[in-house]
Design a protein around this ligand. Structure first.
Ligand code: MN
Length: 235
């Protein structure tokens, strides 16, 4: 079987599994992605649906190859560490030490991408009143918030993510992490929190369409943010 056909078939199998057990369920707070063995979540929209802001080829390669790679490598690592197989992904992230390189990169990669797909939507959505009030209280205006978030995303040196998080008291803050780290890795990050919005600024997320113009990609990101999801995670 050709690799491409196999990828498509595994995507279909994964989609079937997800319809059954709903790993991205709409719970309050951070969604759980279940436990080992992890599967690649299906997108709730088509690869072409975010165009022209995010192009179809970037979406397909990003989801079917990059994200699928993190899922497979995460499962491979966990095959050899039975003690960690019973944890859910968030529990796993909270136990990862800086030296757990494979778990850190692939556990983070799976969580970050599973969330990222849900933060995008071809439908026009808006922050609700409660979230708007919280943003205005912290940053003054939505534009000021977007500007600080964009600055955090632009300032990531090399590969990483920028995040809008809430802390344990429910207060919002912006942070960024390198590589596939995230603010749920409490033994690694210096600013722990629960991400309610994140942007992938690895070059694989934008280079085909935007080349070196990361700022243009960040500008386009706002056109496809799924605020319904951010509202839900803010709670
Ligand atoms: Mn990525």
């Amino acid at each position: 079987m050709e690799k491409r056909t196999f990828l498509k078939l595994s995507g279909i199998v994964a989609a079937g599994t997800i319809a059954g057990c709903s790993p991205l369920k709409k719970a309050a707070g951070v969604s759980t992605m279940g436990r080992f063995p992890y599967t690649l979540p299906a997108l709730s929209y088509g690869f072409t649906d975010l165009e022209p802001h995010i192009d179809a080829m970037t979406m397909e390669i990003h989801h079917d190859r990059h994200h699928n790679g993190y899922v497979n490598k995460l499962n491979n690592v966990l095959e050899g560490t039975p003690g960690m197989q019973t944890m859910n992904l968030e529990q796993l992230l909270a136990t990862i030490k800086p030296t757990d390189t494979a778990l850190r990169n692939n556990g983070g990669g799976h969580w970050n991408h599973s969330m990222f797909w849900t933060w995008l939507s071809p439908k026009k959505t808006q922050p609700n009143e409660r979230l708007t009030q919280a943003i205005n209280q912290k940053w003054g205006t939505m534009e000021a918030f977007q500007s600080e978030f964009a600055d955090a995303a632009k300032s990531v040196f090399g590969s990483g993510w920028a995040w809008l998080c809430k802390d344990a008291a429910g207060n919002l803050f912006i942070t960024s992490t390198p590589n596939q780290d995230n603010p749920l890795m409490t033994k690694i990050t210096d600013k722990p929190g629960t991400p309610i919005l994140g942007i992938d600024v690895w070059e694989h997320a934008y280079y085909l369409h935007y080349q070196n113009k990361r700022a243009d990609y960040i500008g386009a990101f706002w056109k496809v943010v799924n605020w319904n999801r951010v509202n839900e995670l803010f709670g």
